[in-house]
Design a protein around this ligand. Structure first.
Ligand code: DON
Length: 351
């Protein structure tokens, strides 16, 4: 249920702007975006660094040359470069939208109290981080973007049956993407056959009473959500929905309440690129999220949502080409929210 928006009082002004065509992206701005995307695509197309994830066998078989970039603007314009149609599995990017569902239904306090909103400083599927969180204060010292927190967040989506919970999860993703998404069955099967570690994490989270319902069901739903197929355009639309107050700029549908968006973005900024989240934020200032399928989404609040799909990953599990391309494009478009509109050159050192 979407609550009434605090931004409602601005609607007459927005309506007026639409009426006189002022919210439409200017041709110049669209050309600047296209130039930035085309340049990044050309620069990184032949980059061979990184390696597909292979701990889920189906991911190892994905074409490593797949490379697509999409950006979605306030008025729903989609600017692209490369292959933005081929689907990959959404993987950990799904965690953002399940978290958004829980925040929308239960309020931001539920995530903060039950899971936490702090970086763990450990790998995304760390079990030690759970033990550590218990030891240092007994309280939640995790976040919904690492597996223990993510499986717990999935368990918090309410529903009388697994089907009901799934309908809520996929319905939320569809609202953000602006179309009906489906599970890639080959990935779901491959991940279900090899997700013993996540099953163990689910059990542990149940033993420690973070998960109050059946942990096997939560882990299975989590595995299913990770297997949803998306292309670069879907992901950019999902990112843009977060960039523009929870309203999908392509369909006009309010996916989550505007007041809940800052909580989602804050966790993305804190933990979206796992061990490299600080480094990423340092260079881009953009809340972002990666997935081992090769996608990364990033949000420039009020400006654009961007996504890149390219399967080869670095040691931290983040797509190599996606990180580089988003960094360049955002610099060219002054996307850094901390930059206050001042043009920033792309740093020549570091990743
Ligand atoms: O839990 C897993 O292993 C995967 N389904 C998702 C992991 C993932 O995408 C981590 N990402 N960077």
């Amino acid at each position: 249920m979407i609550t009434e928006q605090p931004t409602r009082r601005f609607v007459p002004i927005a309506a007026l702007l639409v009426a006189v065509g002022l919210t439409t992206l200017s041709v110049g701005a669209q050309t600047t975006m296209q130039t930035a995307l085309t340049a990044a695509y050309a620069k990184y197309k032949d980059l061979k660094e990184g390696k597909n994830a292979d701990y889920i066998p189906a991911l190892a078989a994905v074409d490593p040359n797949l490379f697509g970039i999409a950006i979605v603007t306030a008025d729903g314009k989609v600017v692209t470069a490369g292959d933005v149609k081929t689907e990959v599995s959404i993987q950990s990017i799904s965690k953002v939208f399940t978290m958004a569902r829980v925040i929308q239904d239960d309020g931001p306090g539920a995530i903060e109290r039950t899971i936490g909103v702090d970086a763990t400083g450990m790998r995304f599927n760390s079990i030690v981080s759970v033990e550590f969180a218990k030891k240092i204060g007994g309280g939640p010292e995790m976040n919904p973007l690492v597996n223990p927190g993510a499986i717990t967040a999935t368990s918090m989506v309410q529903g009388a049956s697994a089907d009901e919970v799934w309908a809520k999860i996929i319905g939320t993703y569809n609202d953000f993407a602006g179309r009906g998404l489906s599970v890639m069955q080959d990935v779901y099967k491959s991940e279900s056959d090899t997700n013993q570690r996540n099953q163990a994490i689910g059990m542990l989270m149940h033993a420690y009473e973070y998960i109050k319902s059946d942990p096997a069901r939560a882990t299975d739903l989590y595995t299913r959500q990770c297997s949803v197929g998306v292309n670069a355009k879907d992901l950019a639309t999902m990112a843009a929905t977060l960039a523009f107050g929870g309203r999908n700029p392509v369909t006009g549908k309010q996916a989550i309440a505007t007041e809940n968006v800052p909580y989602v973005l804050a966790v993305m900024a804190t933990a979206g690129l796992y061990d490299d989240s600080g480094k990423w934020l340092y260079h881009t200032g953009l809340p972002a999220k990666s997935g081992v399928g090769g996608g990364i989404i990033a949000v420039s609040p009020g400006k654009f949502g961007i996504a890149v799909v390219s399967p080869p990953l670095d040691d931290a599990g983040n797509s190599v080409r996606a990180q580089r391309a988003i960094r360049d494009i955002s610099a060219a478009l002054n996307g850094n929210p901390y930059g206050a509109g001042v043009p920033r050159p792309v740093a020549t050192s570091g990743r």
